[in-house]
Design a protein around this ligand. Structure first.
Ligand SMILES: [Zn+2]
Length: 261
């Protein structure tokens, strides 16, 4: 009985011996593939973090002495090549579309930082002809609707914010556009207001800048621009691209627009 059972056990093991080996090989292969995928995901995350980190370091350098970096500047009203929109303000594009400084969040527009290092000095202009709205609760922002753009039947919006003092008490939006303004026609280059550092939270300034975003339409209005999926990269609209050293620069020779017709 004993020997028979032993034998039969051994016997049972024999034909199946090759199966665990195959299974082991398969498992090993699966683990190797998973590790390879993980490694490439990590490399990608490192590259993204690296880009965002180097942008942060440059931003620190910019805050330290903007006059040391005139080549980083874009200028309000300039048109890069034959871009569809003109530059909405002057300064350094310190934070780009998609930049991430905390997990799960990607920046939905461009942050353009004034060289003046002070509130209420650097003008912000309409990037393209359209219809301006400032909701009754907005102290620092306006949004412009651009119908039939980029193609006939399409609607896109451009959003401009941070136009208020750090405590949120003083708005820097042009007096022509009081809160509650609805669908007022503005030409490209129209003065909308001045850069400020209202962050949405009182006395938590983020540095004087314009946050500019190109926002998708919901069909009946504008989408929530804080979600990156509701926005487009402003680069192609402004003729901005990432230069070899990671700076966001004019893709082609720019020309200064005369805002008046
Ligand atoms: Zn921003």
């Amino acid at each position: 009985m004993m020997s028979e059972s032993k034998f039969s056990t051994r016997d049972n093991r024999l034909p199946s011996a090759s199966r665990p080996t195959n299974r082991r090989k398969f498992l090993l292969l699966a683990v190797l593939i998973a590790l390879a995928l993980l490694a490439s995901a990590c490399a990608e995350a490192r590259t993204e973090l690296g880009e965002s980190a180097s942008r942060l370091m440059r931003l620190r350098a910019w805050f330290g002495d903007p006059s040391a970096h005139p080549e980083w500047l874009v200028n309000a009203g300039e048109r890069c090549g034959d871009a569809a929109m003109i530059m909405p303000t002057s300064g350094y594009i310190g934070v780009g579309w998609g930049d991430s400084f905390r997990p799960g969040h990607n920046h939905s527009g461009y942050d353009i930082f004034t060289p003046e290092r002070a509130n209420n000095i650097t003008p912000i202009v309409a990037a393209r002809d359209g219809y301006l709205t400032r909701e009754s609760t907005w102290r620092s922002a306006v949004i412009i609707r651009h119908p039939n753009f980029p193609r006939p039947g399409d609607v896109l919006w451009t959003y401009y914010t941070h136009m208020a003092s750090a405590d949120g008490e003083t708005s820097f939006i042009a007096p022509e556009f009081p809160s509650g303004t609805h669908e007022v026609f503005v030409k490209a280059g129209t003065l909308l207001g001045y850069q400020g550092n209202w962050s949405g939270v009182a006395n938590a300034p983020t540095g004087v800048h314009l946050h500019f975003s190109v926002v998708k339409s919901t069909g009946s209005g504008y989408a929530n621009e804080t979600i990156i999926e509701n926005t487009f990269d402003p680069g192609p609209f402004l003729g901005i691209e990432t230069g070899p050293d990671g700076f966001l620069v004019c893709a082609q020779t720019s020309s200064q627009e005369n805002p008046e017709p």
